[in-house]
Design a protein around this ligand. Structure first.
Ligand code: HEC
Ligand code: HEC
Length: 258
């Protein structure tokens, strides 16, 4: 059967199937959806939605752009089935919960979520919702950050780039503005144990994603057309090395498990 008849039949089957779901299973599915929606809210507005565990004025979404769906902005798509995974940083197998806590402790300059609490369950539910195949899927394309050749950044040149291409949003003092423009250094930024810390990592994030209005140089992302304010890899290293001359919070060794 094809065409409209098939559609009608498929719809009526769906209706029957839904009706047949016992109440408890339907409400379990509903609460799984609610949990994932809560996880998305925490991801999007972490300093307000998970206040107790956050020291920085940064949401997960400040780096994992578009709620964790942008390639090469360390997306969450397809990553859930890849855990547990060996961590070079921790030198052991880590769970997805451990990995989330690493970002709470380092990128958010905060503290770990209670392991079995609702907030952690919500984060997991949201991230799993972005991995349709739960049983060893293919993983994400565009995982992590792009690979750049290691260049030497020049902080003097970086200062000039910062003034013309970043300061309008992130502030001349690097402190950003409110909840819309995140800080790049200073007391409300990520700490020196974070994945964004390190000139090469930040350069890789920046060359692909910043400024948000015109990211990506042709060398970096293979685009034929390039907007005038896009950065080259060298400029991304320069501006990142300038940002790395500035102060930021220290990683708290009390959390060395992560
Ligand atoms: C300051 C930027 C920043 C913030 C804020 C941040 N992260 Fe991250 N996160 C990173 C970077 C950088 C990586 C590592 C990317 C790589 O693999 O090179 C990462 C990696 C991850 C990974 C592993 C991704 C993978 O491919 O294995 C998870 C999960 C994660 N972060 C969750 C979170 C959550 C949840 C939050 C909010 C509580 C958060 N992050 C906040 C920068 C950040
Ligand atoms: C038009 C405004 C704008 C400009 C210009 C801009 N950014 Fe951003 N930047 C943002 C926003 C907004 C975010 C957070 C992502 C979000 O909320 O969608 C961000 C996130 C970041 C992050 C990760 C989060 C953090 O605070 O550590 C870094 C690093 C960053 N920008 C660096 C730069 C650099 C370097 C430049 C200049 C080359 C730049 N940005 C230019 C708006 C801007």
């Amino acid at each position: 059967m094809t065409g409209p008849a098939a559609l009608v039949r498929a719809q009526s089957q769906t209706a029957i199937t839904n009706a047949e779901i016992p109440h408890s299973a339907a409400s379990a599915r509903q609460s799984a959806e609610d949990l994932s929606a809560l996880g998305k809210r925490i991801f999007h507005d972490t300093p307000n939605e998970a206040k107790l565990y956050v020291g920085a004025r940064l949401a997960c979404n400040s780096c994992h752009l578009n709620d964790g769906t942008t390639p090469y902005a360390a997306p969450m798509i397809g990553i859930a089935p890849l855990f547990p995974e060996f961590s070079q940083r921790a030198k052991r197998m880590i769970s997805l919960k451990d990995r989330i806590d690493e970002c709470f402790i380092r990128s958010e300059n905060g503290r770990p979520l209670p392991e079995n609490g609702k907030d952690m369950a919500a984060m997991i539910a949201y991230i799993e919702s972005l991995s349709p195949q739960k049983d060893g899927g293919t993983g994400s394309s565009g995982r992590g950050l792009i690979k750049l050749p290691a260049l030497n950044g020049n902080p003097q040149r970086g200062e000039a780039i910062y003034a013309t291409k970043c300061a309008a949003c992130h502030g001349a003092d690097g402190a950003g503005v409110g909840s819309t423009m995140p800080p790049l250094w200073g007391p409300e930024s990520f700490n020196d144990g974070a994945g964004m810390y390190g000139i090469e990592n930040m350069a890789a994030f920046v060359v692909k994603n910043m400024p948000p209005t015109s990211p990506g140089s042709p060398e970096a992302v293979g685009l034929a057309r390039v907007l005038p304010s896009s950065l080259t890899p060298q400029q991304a290293f320069d501006v990142s090395s300038y940002i790395h001359t500035k102060p930021r919070p220290k990683y708290n060794p009390r959390f060395n498990k992560y």
